[in-house]
Write a protein of this length. Sequence first.
Length: 487
Amino acid sequence: MDHSRAPVLEALQEFRRRGDIAYGPPGHKQGRGADPRVVDVVGMDVFRSDVLSLNGLDDRRQSQGVIGQAQELMADAVGATEAFFSTCGSSLSVKTAMLAAAGPGEKLLISRNAHKSVVAAVVVNGVEPIWVHPKFDTERHVAHPPEPDDVRRKLREHPDAKGMLLITPTDWGSCADIAGVARVCHEFDVPLIVDEAWGAHLPFHPGLPAWGMNAEADLVLTSVHKMGGAIEQSSVFHLQYDRISGEALKQREDLLGTTSASTLVFATLDGWRRQMVEQGHELLDAALHRARRIREAADELPGLRVMGQEIVEEGLAAAFDPLKIVIDVRELGISGMQANEWLRANRHVDMGGSDTCRISASITHADDDTTERVLLDALRALVEKADTIERQPAVRLPAPSTLELEQAMLPREAFFAPVEHVPAERAAGRISAEMVSPYPPGVPVIAPGEVITDEVLDYLRSGVEHGMLIPDAADSTVQTLRVVARP
């Protein structure tokens, strides 16, 4: 296929050249009605490029198939049989993918270290989750993806499960043995869905961890805005084999997705694919060298411990994405959350993620000498000034086993059940009717239907006292919890 083409961008360029005037949405009419104060901030080209794909870029009568052509090029670029664009982000894409594999009341294996969007999908879709617990790294206090044997054990226990949803890479860059999990799933003749939101770059350089399509996954979701070059909310479904129907996937997407898809998202997805096919190896090669330099320099700073290939050597993960710079800051006497806040306030550096133990930075093809220098200068300043950061009450981290809560009700049933709010000191033993997710990274510690324990409450309440954000709980202070009402 001719990857020098970018059908959506070409159609948009032609639309703007013609100077068409649309008498339908969007109401700003390619910027004619945009508030100049808004234009001053976002620029007129944003509005000029905000065009409906139908009766704009792709007329129904002419059937130019602009989006379809772009999707065919994307599939060819990454080794998929089919690819579908989504403008609602992978938070919605994962709901669509799960619905394509399992319907309401059916079982689906799911990694328990999933983002809250996956748990939300369980509630919305009504599937019965069979949680596959991750491999917990006690020293680093981080969860790595489950292994093939974990998946095999769950499929033997639940032979009626309709498939498996695997999350890899994690927010912290650790990667699963996708090929091993795929082989297990296919032994049981069920599909493997890979939530590879952090992995859009993986197909384009051999020095990166395995790409889901190459590792025999059936359906892979990517968030191109995370590690790629498209704008926010850009997501792609990649499909192969016949365990998940492309027709069913498109119907589920039509059920959940928007009918007013953003051409801005389509255009940037199209352009990013072209850039990666033509220049991806060179660009990512430079990024890998840059990340290596940053990792080595950061690892020499006192009080900082940079996570990397050693997690693979220790048998904790199948691979590690070297473009993730994950730094444990506990030896500085502060938390990752405090480090993140100090860097933003004092160095105008916004890290990609933080939690109780660590901070992380994502290095992409877009980084250059300036961003490399700014990051390292900021880390040096953090080390020098760490003793000036006010100490906060310690977060009482739970033992790994205490994070595996009993699932007493289906998440959907618990979420929509009659509820009551109880003080935290009386919540242990009750069934949660809500998600409670420290953010970032946004992995629920408590999911609807799980039995709340004293250990988890102690962790959450000490976290809030330290400054942890829990935006999805009904009471973000965790003074009270939303639980299923007793009969």
